[in-house]
Write a protein that binds this ligand. Structure first.
Ligand code: MN
Length: 313
């Protein structure tokens, strides 16, 4: 799956390049991650690199994590992005090089801003619930903010906006005049919409949007969908029709970033040279700090060369 991913020497321009409403369904690619679970990669895709500043989306589970170690993502670096961990079920422990140690449960926003450099691990706690089910998202930092400080936020009380049979949790950004407490660096929105009936979700026409089902089945913009597909909706829409019975749909949107991105491994850069430098800094043990308390070695960077965007790390 790596060979279709952007290589450091082939910069990826942001956006699906749609200035008008579109309806384009793209399938995720599924593959196993290191600990054996499967993820569905919804972003980036060859035909849809970014949605606003959203540049990465993995959906996984529900996985039975009773046996074995559960999720184990060893310490690894990030630069140029924010990571958003959003669980539907289960619990994970986040540790980072700032010293944060945070247990995160369902419907809680785990938001890490890398700035120029941070490292973190994610693991299933020993006393974990039986299922793990969630989404991992990345937001690219605008050029003016990506050299800034690293930070970690955990928010357990997120705003909810009801639109008839639709109940939208504002995970990140703003929706209908209501804002998530999570820090953002560009105008964007990330919603977890519970759908129970036929409803209409207001959208910000300036934003580019995409949507994907995260639980159950739903009719999105007139098309029945299950998990594993993402609908690119383009720009210029002021509403999205959603219907279903006890389904959940994630809606991502944002002002197009308008900056070329180079994604490689866990880095969001602007050039191949920056990627190579970030990789070297991680291998040398500089810039990204140290994660304490994780049981096991940190991840080594893959060799430079062909495109390498590894799963959920
Ligand atoms: Mn990570």
């Amino acid at each position: 799956m790596s060979d279709r991913d952007p290589a450091p020497d082939s910069p990826v321009v942001t956006g699906g390049a749609a200035d008008a409403p579109v309806h384009e369904v793209l399938q995720s690619r599924s593959f196993p991650v290191g600990d054996g679970t499967m993820v569905r990669r919804l972003l980036p895709q060859r035909l849809l690199r970014t949605v606003g500043a959203w540049c990465f989306a993995d959906h996984y589970g529900p996985d039975d994590v009773v046996d074995g170690e559960g999720m184990q993502v060893p310490p690894h670096p990030h630069t140029g992005l924010q990571t958003v961990s959003w669980l539907l079920e289960g619990e994970i422990v986040h540790r980072d090089s700032l010293g944060s140690v945070q247990r995160v449960g369902p419907r809680e926003l785990s938001l890490m801003t890398s700035g120029q450099g941070i490292s973190h691990s994610e693991e299933s706690p020993d006393d974990r619930p039986p299922l793990l089910f969630g989404v991992q998202l990345w937001v690219a930092l605008p050029d003016g903010d990506r050299a800034g400080p690293a930070s970690y936020e955990h928010h357990t009380d997120l705003p909810v906006v009801a639109h008839g049979p639709l109940t939208a949790t504002v995970v990140l950004g703003g929706h209908a005049g209501i804002s998530s407490p999570g820090t953002t660096f560009s105008r964007l929105v990330g919603l977890d919409v519970h759908v129970d009936g036929d409803g209409v979700l207001p959208l910000e026409p300036d934003f580019e949007h995409a949507a994907f089902v995260i639980d159950g089945q739903a009719v999105v913009d007139g098309e029945p969908l299950g998990v594993g597909a993402i609908v690119h909706l383009g720009r210029g829409r002021d509403a999205l029709e959603l219907s279903g019975a006890d389904a959940r749909v994630m809606v991502l949107g944002g002002e197009p970033l308008g900056e070329p991105l180079v994604l490689w491994w866990n880095f969001v850069c602007r050039t191949g040279e920056e990627v190579a430098q970030a990789r070297e800094d991680w291998e040398e043990g500089s810039r990204f700090g140290t994660v304490h308390g994780y049981r096991g070695p940190r991840l080594e960077a893959p060799p430079l060369g062909p495109a390498r965007l590894l799963p959920r790390s």
